[in-house]
Design a protein around this ligand. Structure first.
Ligand SMILES: [Zn+2]
Length: 260
C-alpha cells in the first residue's frame, strides 16, 4: 500500500489495453449469464451496457435496481479493471437487478488521457451534451426505470488515498461510512479536510446539489436529477499500486451492494 510518488502533474502509472479488457469483460459477463446491449458504435469502439436480472426475485416487492458505471476518464485504469473483477467474482446480491457499463470512454483509454478523442471531459458533458458518447448514454438511460442505487467508479491521480462523493438528497441510510471502513482494510483513505476544493470528512464528500452551482454536469449529477435519489462516486488513489486501487473499488462496491 505504499505511495508510488510518480504522478507529477497527471497520471503516470500503468496503462491498459482497453479493447482487451472489454473483450475479457464481455467474456466474463456472458459466462455469468448477463446480457449486453450496445448503445453506441463508433469507428473504433462500442459502448455496451450489461444487464443481469435478479437470480432470486425478492419474496415481496420489486427487486432493487442497481446501476454501476466505470471508465469515463481514460487515465483511470482501475475503474474498468474493477468492473471486470466484479463480473468475474460474480458475487452480486441474488435479489437485485444490476446494470453495469464497464467503460464510457474507450477513446480516452487508447490515449491514456482523461478526455475522449475529441478532447472533451465526458464527466462534465451531461448538460447540453457535446460528445457522441454521452448523447448516446443519456438516450439509452432516459427510458430506463429508476435505480435504487448508482455507483460511478473513478480514480484521482493526486489524492492521498481513497475517498467518495455521496449524493443522498432524501437522507436514506448512508452507505458511505461502511464503504470507507471496508476500503481502509485494503487501501489508504484520504483524510484531508478539503479534497478537490470541497469540504471532506473522513474521506466522504457531500457536494451541493444546487444545479446553478454546477454548469457542467458530471454523470452522477444527471443520474440524481433524473434516475436515482442515491449515488456514490468512488475515487481510488492512482498514485498507489494498480492492484490496491482495483481492490479499493471492488471492496467499496461489494460493501455498498450488501448494505443497500
Ligand atoms: Zn474520474
Amino acid at each position: 500500500m505504499k505511495r508510488l510518488h510518480q504522478n507529477h502533474g497527471g497520471y503516470h502509472g500503468e496503462t491498459i489495453d482497453i479493447h482487451a479488457v472489454l473483450r475479457e469483460t464481455a467474456d466474463a459477463a456472458t459466462a455469468a449469464g448477463w446480457k449486453g446491449e450496445a448503445f453506441y458504435t463508433g469507428p473504433d469502439f462500442t459502448l455496451t451496457a450489461w444487464h443481469r436480472p435478479p437470480t432470486t426475485p425478492p419474496a415481496t416487492g420489486k427487486p432493487r435496481r442497481i446501476y454501476l458505471s466505470a471508465g469515463i476518464h481514460g487515465d483511470e485504469p482501475a475503474a474498468p479493471l474493477a468492473a471486470l473483477r466484479l463480473l468475474r467474482e460474480n458475487l452480486w446480491p441474488a435479489n437485485a437487478e444490476i446494470t453495469l457499463i464497464p467503460c464510457l470512454n474507450p477513446s480516452g483509454y487508447m490515449a491514456n488521457r482523461r478526455e475522449n478523442s475529441m478532447g472533451l471531459d465526458l464527466n462534465r458533458d451531461y448538460r447540453d451534451s457535446q460528445s457522441q458518447e454521452i448523447r448516446a448514454h443519456i438516450a439509452w438511460l432516459t427510458p430506463q426505470a429508476n435505480f435504487d442505487l448508482c455507483l460511478c467508479l473513478h480514480e484521482d491521480w493526486e489524492s492521498h488515498g481513497f475517498y467518495l462523493y455521496e449524493l443522498n438528497p432524501e437522507n436514506r441510510p448512508s452507505l458511505a461510512a461502511a464503504m470507507i471502513a471496508a476500503v481502509a482494510q485494503v487501501c489508504p483513505i484520504d483524510l484531508s479536510p478539503v479534497i478537490e476544493g470541497r469540504e471532506a470528512h473522513g474521506g466522504i464528500i457531500r457536494p451541493s446539489l444546487d444545479a446553478r452551482t454546477r454548469p457542467l454536469w458530471p454523470e452522477a449529477f444527471w443520474l440524481i436529477q433524473n434516475k436515482t435519489r442515491h449515488s456514490y462516486t468512488l475515487e481510488a488513489p492512482s498514485d498507489f499500486p494498480l492492484a490496491t486501487r482495483v481492490n479499493a473499488l471492488t471492496v467499496a462496491t461489494h460493501t455498498a451492494l450488501v448494505n443497500v
